[in-house]
Design a protein around this ligand. Structure first.
Ligand SMILES: [Zn+2]
Length: 64
């Protein structure tokens, strides 16, 4: 399950949440000030534009 990073638009607190397929940004509360103005941050590893190995994600797959 993916972990998303959020930044509170009220106090600037950054926090991570583990979200499933169903998630509503309006229901996400800042753990510090309880505001519901959190916005999702982009993944830092993808914006780096570094290592991109095709097929490597299949290494740990399989349920045989
Ligand atoms: Zn906050």
């Amino acid at each position: 399950m993916p972990i998303y990073e959020f930044e509170c638009g009220h106090c600037g607190e950054k926090f991570e949440l583990l979200l499933g397929v169903r998630h509503d940004p309006k229901e996400i509360r800042c753990p510090k000030c309880r505001a519901t103005k959190a916005r999702r941050l982009m993944s830092t590893f993808s914006s780096a534009g570094g290592s991109h190995v095709p097929g490597s994600s299949c290494a740990s797959g399989g349920s045989t």
